[in-house]
Design a protein around this ligand. Structure first.
Ligand code: PMP
Length: 352
């Protein structure tokens, strides 16, 4: 740290992204990317737009916002897009949480939430999960706090029902409830169905997982138009051109190619069920996931050892060092042949 770094943030511990190693070609099952390329129409839209990069992007991102509004059945002013959903999550923390409306979220969840809270000097409380890693809805009823819940949760992959989410939203009418649906397209129900009923619900999604655009950085939030106006106040006070031209057009093209991405999601779901069954056959405990990853542990090998042994064999999974989950690994679901390679490698590691 330099002597110039502000005291206000001197204790900030930044988020650690998953490894992106360049030493060799790995089977990458560590950052929940899609194994499938973007559709041809997306590649074409990006190429066309690349020829116009001398011009700023549309600060209103009309192309992708209009496509999203039409696809999900909302008014365009109920939609904001961002540089990955991380950015709109940060905007939402800035806009809706403070000393008067501190944050609460599960103790085991997406590691960026405490970082954004610290960055914005927002007090927060982390609520323990039940022993089976499920969220106890009662912990979030009538709390008068700003709430963020990932549904499906990460890294567990476990879901709350829409009825449970509705109870949380309804019982905290004076605070915003943010539902982070980064993984919703792999089999969970979306809280978008509640958006027009509750003015305190903000639903955040991303193009990084189900729509194969992690590298383009595109996320979005949908909610009541006044919530979106507040998020725009933050956006226009930080970076009005937050979504670049190529990403704007890539996003619009991806929405129009919905069937291609929906089919890919079905393939991932089938591969997830196959992988879960194989891991259980091998004696693993696997949490019930509705995401494009599974969270698994074995009593035959420790979590860190399995992660390191797989890495030696060219397969990357995600291991977290936090005490309560250190025996687990989070394994992204890839193609069938990638998952077959994972299972074969685990069999050979356990057999040694
Ligand atoms: N929410 C959750 C729960 C995530 O796991 C991720 C991926 N790291 C994100 C949000 C952010 O993804 P992105 O910024 O790529 O949209």
């Amino acid at each position: 740290m330099s002597k110039f770094f502000t005291d206000r943030l001197s204790a900030l511990i930044p988020y650690t992204p998953g490894e992106q190693p360049k030493d060799m070609q790995y089977i990458k099952l560590n950052t929940n990317e899609s194994p499938f390329n973007p559709s041809a129409a997306v590649a074409e839209a990006v190429a066309t737009e690349a020829g116009k990069l001398q011009l700023y992007s549309d600060p209103e991102n009309t192309a992708v916002r209009t496509a999203l509004a039409k696809h999900y059945g909302f008014d365009v002013n109920q939609v904001i897009v961002s540089n990955g959903s991380d950015e709109v999550l940060n905007f939402a923390f800035m806009a809706f949480a403070d000393e008067k409306s501190p944050l609460i979220f599960p103790e085991i969840t997406y590691g960026f939430y405490p970082v954004f809270a610290e960055l914005n000097c927002i007090p927060y409380t982390q609520i323990p999960l039940r022993d089976d890693f499920s969220i106890d809805v009662e912990d979030y009823i009538g709390k008068n706090k700003t709430i963020i819940i990932a549904n499906p949760n990460a890294p567990t992959g476990m879901v709350l029902s829409i009825a449970d989410i509705e109870q949380i939203v309804k019982s905290n009418p004076d605070n915003v409830v943010i539902i982070d649906e980064a993984y919703v397209d792999f089999g969970a129900d979306s809280a978008l169905s509640l958006v027009d009923k509750y003015d305190n619900l903000l639903v955040v999604q991303t193009f990084s997982k189900s729509r194969s655009l992690a590298g383009a950085r595109l996320g979005f939030a949908i909610g009541n138009k006044d919530l979106i106006a507040d998020l725009n106040t933050i956006k226009y006070s930080t970076n009005p051109y937050n979504v670049n031209r190529m990403t704007d057009m890539a996003g619009a093209a991806a929405i129009k190619d919905n069937q291609y991405y929906a089919d890919n999601c079905q393939t991932i779901i089938a591969n997830r069920e196959w992988t879960t069954a194989r891991l259980i056959d091998l004696g693993f405990e696997v949490l019930p996931s509705k995401a494009n990853f599974v969270f698994a542990k074995s009593d035959k090998i420790g979590g860190e050892e399995l992660y390191l042994r797989l890495k030696e064999q060219g397969i990357l999974v995600r291991h977290f060092t936090k005490d309560t989950i250190k025996e687990y690994n989070r394994i992204t679901i890839g193609t069938k042949s990638q998952m077959q390679a994972l299972i074969d490698t685990i069999i050979s590691i356990l057999g040694e």
